[in-house]
Design a protein around this ligand. Structure first.
Ligand SMILES: C[S@@+](CC[C@H](N)C(=O)[O-])C[C@H]1O[C@@H](n2cnc3c(N)ncnc32)[C@H](O)[C@@H]1O
Length: 246
């Protein structure tokens, strides 16, 4: 239990510290692919209007902004993150884009979401689940706050399947990216942690199995940019009641 808390504290401190340079580094280190990956995740959800959406680990708010770009007239949009400095950047960006009146930002842990069962039509999380050690519990908490028939979308960095590309990618990821990241972020450990967390993340089929254990069905996934990122979509069954009610 103590190890889990230490890990969470390290991750929170890291994101608080790199928050002002997070977007710049994301665009630079992914060669702007991160924008396309978030767009693909939201497109894959095929959100109708007038729904309630929760973005967990919303960080600086890029998924929330993408939701506004693709849909209009949503009933409720909430972004939750446990790093207040990331939320501050999100708030500034949402104000600038005139989106802020329609979004609520809350400081909270993705493992203990403060929402009633059956609240949301969709839950999204981009580049966040990798940081949560107890992935199944996080998925269960997403499942519980979804309405029956609601969808979860999970975007995460991954390692490419092609062996030749994988070796190039690992060289970039383990040797070059940490140097650029440390230089611009001024945080020595953050961009060392990034490759380690991606390499330790389960491959798509294994992650889909964890989603299934959490209760999701109709799970599909798509590899993006030669497998550097993966988006998983799953659905809460129409007939199943939440874990809380079991
Ligand atoms: C790599 S950033 C992703 C931010 C954003 N979703 C994006 O697309 O750029 C990961 C975010 O997850 C948040 N995070 C990590 N673990 C969390 C947890 N257990 N609960 C809430 N937020 C968490 C961090 O504070 C950080 O803002």
């Amino acid at each position: 239990m103590k190890i889990v808390n230490m890990e969470l504290d390290f991750i929170k401190e890291m994101f608080n510290s790199i928050a002002p340079r997070y977007d710049f580094l994301n665009r630079l280190l992914s060669l702007r692919q991160d924008i396309y990956w978030r767009r693909t995740m939201i497109t894959a959800l095929n959100l109708p209007n007038n729904t309630a959406i929760l973005d967990v680990a919303c960080g600086t708010g890029d998924v929330l902004i993408e939701i506004f770009h693709q849909t209009n007239n949503q009933k409720l949009i909430i972004g939750a993150d446990f790093a207040p400095e990331m939320l501050k950047v999100a708030n500034t960006k949402l104000l600038k884009g005139d989106f802020s009146p329609k979004v609520q930002l809350i400081a909270g842990d993705g493992l203990h979401l403060p929402f009633a069962a059956h609240t949301f039509d969709a839950v999204t999380i981009a580049f966040g689940i990798r940081n949560i050690i107890d992935r199944k519990s996080a998925l269960v908490s997403f499942f519980d706050c979804l309405k029956p028939g609601g969808k979860v979308a999970i975007l995460e960095l991954a390692t490419p399947a092609n062996k030749f590309f994988l070796s190039l990618y690992l060289f970039y990821f383990s040797r070059i990216l940490p140097i650029i990241g440390a230089f611009f972020s001024k945080h020595l450990k953050a961009y060392d942690y990034l490759p380690a967390s991606v390499i330790n993340f389960p491959p798509p089929a294994e992650f889909a199995a964890i989603m299934k254990q959490a209760g999701f069905e109709g799970i599909i996934w798509r590899r993006l940019t030669m497998g550097i990122a993966t988006v998983h979509i799953g659905q809460k069954p129409l007939t199943r009641i939440s874990h809380e009610e079991n």
